[in-house]
Ligand binder design. Sequence first.
Ligand SMILES: Nc1nc2c(ncn2[C@@H]2O[C@H](COP(=O)(O)OP(=O)(O)OP(=O)(O)O)[C@@H](O)[C@H]2O)c(=O)[nH]1
Ligand SMILES: [Mg+2]
Length: 369
Amino acid sequence: MKKAAIVVPTYNEAGTIETLIIDIFEQNKKTPNWELHIVVVDSDSEDKTQEIVTNLIKKYPRLHLIKTKKEGLGKAYIEGFTVSIEKLNPYLIFEMDADLSHDPASIPNFLHKIEKGADFVIGSRYIKGGSIPENWGIHRKILSVVGNLIIKVGFMKPRITDWTSGYRAIKSWIVKEASPHIKNYSGYVFQVAFLDYALKKHAIVAETPINFKDRNYGVSKLNSFQTIFQTLLYVFTNSSFVKFVIVGAIGFVIDFGIFYFLTKFAHLVSWKANLISTETAVLSNFMLNNFWSFAHKKVDHNKKSYIKGFFKFNLVSSGNIIIQTVGVEILKALFGIKLLYIYKVAVIVFIVIPYSYFFYNKVIWKHKR
Ligand SMILES: Nc1nc2c(ncn2[C@@H]2O[C@H](COP(=O)(O)OP(=O)(O)OP(=O)(O)O)[C@@H](O)[C@H]2O)c(=O)[nH]1
Ligand SMILES: [Mg+2]
């Protein structure tokens, strides 16, 4: 029998916590292969949350209470993870809200996905069978849908539909490895950072549909403006794709700068100048991508790997030059010469960027499992 610890952070959830605990243990009857524990992490609630949990512990020996200072959701989760691992050494850890937004009836579906080989299961509101509350205000719907879209594109992970969901089941090894990275974040950013980290560690991520229910009791702790800003900042500073685009732009400036200098001031013939400027840009792009954009999977630290990686990088870059030249010529033949610069931009955005990002990920900086 495998152990799963369901970590439930609470702040003033006296209206729902008892029902939640009873419902979760009720689900355990349907999952005989699993020993479910509940770890409530309460941050100095002013209502009766702690009292209710303390009383229930007498009836449920697999219920545990951790008391923490009020320092935000991220800190509460980290505390819950650390104590769960120390005391229970579980195989699996759940994240779950206490306000009944997350239906315990979905627990068996999460466990099923884990049994089928997933390391990290997201309860998703945006896949078939999942839903958000109908009565959510338009601004909250937009926030959630657009937020997820931006994160999805930023991280180039189109198959993950719900990045901010706080209903998840994660294998303990990932929780242990991720804790030092995610402990600096809170709220929704915490959830995004956790998933991003797991993906970079090559965890097998799966989704199971959930019907997210609106809270009926208590008060929301969501601060939308701050949340959007922090989430965007996280994506911007942690996405390989965003960094890859920045590196591309730097390469463009280096290429043009050197070419201009060599032709204008050093009076070099254009083909020689081109060769030098392009190759310098290719070298700088390779280094910047290796030590920054794809730093989490950089090529092995020896001369042979660098030379091999750089050679492959040159091949992909040559492909780039060919695609650009041919692409622009085709557009020119089809639509005339007038919009030449627009053609170049279009070819770069729609073909060159996806092409090189794909090859960088699949050939040069591929996952080593
Ligand atoms: N321990 C602890 N729990 C917290 C803290 N902030 C929020 N929570 C809990 O985290 C869970 C999610 O918080 P919610 O306020 O429901 O946030 P939300 O689900 O995004 O928003 P609404 O449900 O619409 O209010 C709930 O179980 C809260 O009680 C905190 O600072 N410490
Ligand atoms: Mg909630």
